[in-house]
Design a protein around this ligand. Structure first.
Ligand code: HEM
Length: 475
């Protein structure tokens, strides 16, 4: 049956988009490249082929989008016709039906329940205080290391430790989480990510589970352990007093009261898993890139320090001072550096969608079930849309630049209804970390050369970043 061209919705109606892509091997198509160097592959495709790039990967039809109109169309204008692509199904084994993986009516209902967790008052109040407290602890630790003559640190694990402690305390409350629990969650996270690492290529095929292989046993034991821990914390939270009612789990328990039938304890646990696992490593990875970028660009580092000095000079004293959200929010250059870092190093470097019904991308017919690749990294560095695309230029994002980047060109946190719920939280967290640590420390990266981005599940440096920590000279 011929599909009739549907009228409507699209802002790109009547436009023609170029369609071209390379020819892959029979059946496996581009599976080899997708497995060996997926980041390079999406980048090369985007710089050498059309607006719509059709491919085949292991018999599956795939289209990489390479035009902002088309990306905006899928994420925003006609989002109702697009569900998350098949790899997300495998993430359900850990995240359950949390906000990241759920669809349709369930997603809509849960989204409303979750809104209070990301409200401005929460961010600027409880979350700011928790972050400030934890970064202060790390600041003292770093001073201690330098004083002991042991300033060699692993930036990758330092950032992971800060972000995990923060997110765990935001979710469960600062008085309910011990260092041991944070370490256990970290260990479980590593096991889960290792188990899921090839999920993009084999989204529906889980041979290890089908054949009950030992790695599946390790995975399931860790998962069961985490479920037990989260369930205990939920029980404690429900019994808890008034002293800590602002953590995310407590807000979810509150939301449950108005709709216990549709928002069960299991739903609460899924949302907690989701926030921890969607929010931990992504933020940590971004901050690693930020340290590396600053090491490479002392001029940018100096401008950020000037910005901090202007709005919160007390942060240059070892003892610090009463840091408040208002001071942080005035730091425009630091904010611009944050956005520029998400452009150059989007931790979610690629995401995917599948049309629920056949659709048209301009004049190109796309069949239901086709995997649509949204290449964040490639679009963020596309020479057609960015001047000097590979250079770190925070000025692009200064309010004075007065530029609003198109949703299809700059989308580190995605766009439309499924945009990241934690984007503001991440921004505040990264800014607190740099506002508090940069005035006092230099981190000289020891293995920067050849340590470029690797496109696994997220965009990591090839090797953990090692650094020599030095006390920054007084201004
Ligand atoms: C640098 C840090 C982060 C980046 C780059 C990032 C990026 C993203 C992206 C691209 C999506 C959309 C995925 C898709 O639609 O396929 C997403 C969704 C989501 N993120 Fe984040 N994220 C970050 C941090 C966080 C944090 C800290 C939290 C929570 C505290 C969080 C919670 C979520 C949730 C709940 C969703 C699902 C939203 C929905 O579908 O309604 N993220 N994130």
């Amino acid at each position: 049956m011929r599909l009739r061209r549907r009228r409507a919705i699209t802002s790109m109606e009547g436009k023609r988009y170029s369609v071209s892509g390379p020819k892959g091997l029979p059946f496996i198509g581009f599976a080899k490249q997708a497995l060996q160097s997926p980041l390079q592959m999406t980048l090369e495709l985007s710089q050498n082929y059309g607006d719509i790039i059709p491919l085949t990967v292991m018999g599956q039809r795939v289209i990489q989008l390479n035009h902002p109109d088309l990306i905006r169309y899928v994420l925003v204008d006609n989002h109702k016709n697009y569900k998350k692509s098949s790899p997300y199904i495998r993430f359900e084994s850990v995240l359950g039906k949390g906000l990241f993986t759920s669809e349709g009516e369930k997603w809509r209902r849960d989204q409303q329940k979750i809104q209070p967790m990301f409200k401005r008052e929460q961010l600027e109040g409880y979350y700011f205080d928790v972050m400030d407290e934890i970064v202060e602890k790390f600041k003292r630790r770093w001073f201690g290391l330098i004083a002991a003559g042991d300033g060699r640190i692993n930036i990758t694990s330092e950032m992971a430790d800060i972000t995990l402690e923060i997110v765990a305390k935001l979710v469960f409350g600062r008085h309910h989480i011990t260092d041991q629990m944070v370490a256990d969650i970290h260990h479980a996270y590593d096991v889960f990510m290792d188990y899921l690492k090839n999920v993009r290529l084999f989204p529906t095929l889980d041979l290890r589970k089908a054949f009950r292989m030992p790695s599946y046993g390790v995975f399931s034991r860790e998962l069961a352990g985490m479920k037990t821990l989260f369930t205990e914390l939920l029980t404690r939270c429900k019994k808890g007093g008034q002293e800590d009612r602002l953590n995310m789990m407590a807000l979810l328990v509150e939301a449950q009261k108005s709709d216990p039938e549709h928002f069960t304890d299991e739903d609460i646990l899924d949302q907690c898993f989701t926030v921890i696992f969607a929010g931990f490593e992504s933020t940590s990875i971004l901050m690693q890139w930020m340290w590396k970028a600053l090491d490479e660009r002392p001029d940018v580092k100096e401008k950020i320090r000037q910005d901090i000095r202007q709005h919160a000079p007390y942060l240059f004293a070892q003892a610090g001072g009463e840091f408040c959200h208002q001071d942080l929010s005035r730091m425009d250059y630091l904010t611009a550096f944050f956005h520029e870092s998400t452009r150059l190093y989007p931790p979610f470097w690629i995401t995917g969608r599948q049309p629920i019904n056949d659709d048209w991308l301009g004049d190109y017919r796309v069949k239901k079930g086709t995997v649509i690749v949204l290449p964040h990294f490639a679009m963020h560095r596309h020479p057609r849309y960015w001047k000097d695309p590979n250079a770190l230029i925070p000025e692009r994002f200064l309010p004075l630049a007065d530029v609003a980047y198109d949703a299809g060109i700059f989308f580190p946190f995605s766009h439309g209804p499924r945009k990241c719920s934690g984007n503001k939280l991440t921004e505040m967290e990264a800014k607190i970390v740099f506002a508090k640590l940069l005035p006092l420390f230099d981190a000289l990266i020891l293995n920067s050369a050849l340590n470029g981005p690797q496109g696994g599940i997220s965009l990591k440096p090839a090797q953990p970043l090692r650094a020599e920590l030095r006390r920054c000279a007084a201004p």
